[in-house]
Ligand binder design. Structure first.
Ligand SMILES: [Ca+2]
Length: 274
């Protein structure tokens, strides 16, 4: 009888052990569910459709791009080749051009009222021009590199290749705030050319085919735009550099993009998300 009792106790202990084992491991499906639960939320990725293709100066190392009243304003880079220009959208013809001193590497531009603001890369110098005449009105300085610039109607918004967006007073050019751009709590670096569109910031990510759509309140990337394949192989001669340059026609709701030394500029529509 004792033996039977002993065997029953052993069997009960074995069963208990097995139950504890399963409890600890958990069934495979529950384990997968936990993994899914801890994964970061998916950020939507939009594709694109080309609506129209325009010519673009293949010698323009595009660093800043803005659209206003039928023309594009463009800032170009490289030492000795940096310019500010007004360009006819339909033909790509340069209507007005101002060269920068060869010691400046031109970067982003934005239109603030009747003025154009242009950054330089490592010279820590910004230029303010009269929008109509391109006459230089004043210079200002900042402590970081200068990459992209735009504004939201209240303040200038500037990038420097890091994950920060800097807010500048549009009259004094003093920094009045900054924001760290993140994707699932990780910093998103190499923010380049910028455009403020419908309440959010669009930013080219340098050396990628992607544009981040960023909340100005939280700094979070709310969506990605994947522009891979935009410049077709038949339009490439080998000297083309990366995607850079976002402009928006608010009246016509047209979204323009180009790249450094690209022979084309594209009016695109967003598709998706995928
Ligand atoms: Ca822009």
């Amino acid at each position: 009888m004792k033996r039977v009792l002993f065997a029953l106790v052993l069997a009960a202990l074995a069963l208990l052990g097995l139950l504890l084992y399963w409890g600890g491991q958990g069934p495979p499906s529950a384990s997968n569910a936990n993994t899914r639960y801890t994964q970061a939320p998916q950020i939507p990725v939009y594709g694109y459709k080309i609506v129209k293709t325009y010519p673009h100066d293949p010698y323009a190392f595009t660093q800043g791009l803005v659209y206003e009243n039928g023309v594009l304003y463009e800032g170009t880079g490289l030492y000795g080749q940096s310019t500010l220009r007004m360009v006819e959208l339909e033909t790509g013809q340069v209507l007005k051009l101002r060269r920068l001193d060869p010691r400046y590497f031109g970067e982003g531009i934005t239109i603030w009222k009747n003025r154009i603001v242009q950054l330089t890369w490592q010279e820590k110098t910004g230029f303010v021009y009269d929008k109509a005449s391109f006459d230089l009105l004043k210079e200002f300085s900042y402590t970081t590199e200068g990459w992209g610039i735009t504004h939201d109607g209240q303040k200038l918004i500037m990038s420097d290749g890091s994950a920060h967006l800097y807010f500048l007073d549009p009259e004094t050019f003093q920094e009045i705030g900054r924001l760290t751009v993140t994707e699932n709590d990780k910093p998103v670096v190499r923010l380049n050319e910028l455009e403020f569109i419908k309440g959010v910031i669009y930013a080219n990510i340098w050396q990628t085919d992607r544009i981040a759509v960023i909340s100005l309140e939280t700094g979070r990337v709310e969506a990605w735009i994947d522009l891979a394949g935009l410049l077709k192989p038949e339009n490439r001669k080998g000297s083309e550099d990366v995607l850079n340059g976002i402009a928006y026609d608010a009246q016509g709701d047209r979204f323009f993009v180009t790249g450094k030394l690209w022979p084309k500029l594209f009016h695109i529509e967003l598709m998706g998300p995928k």
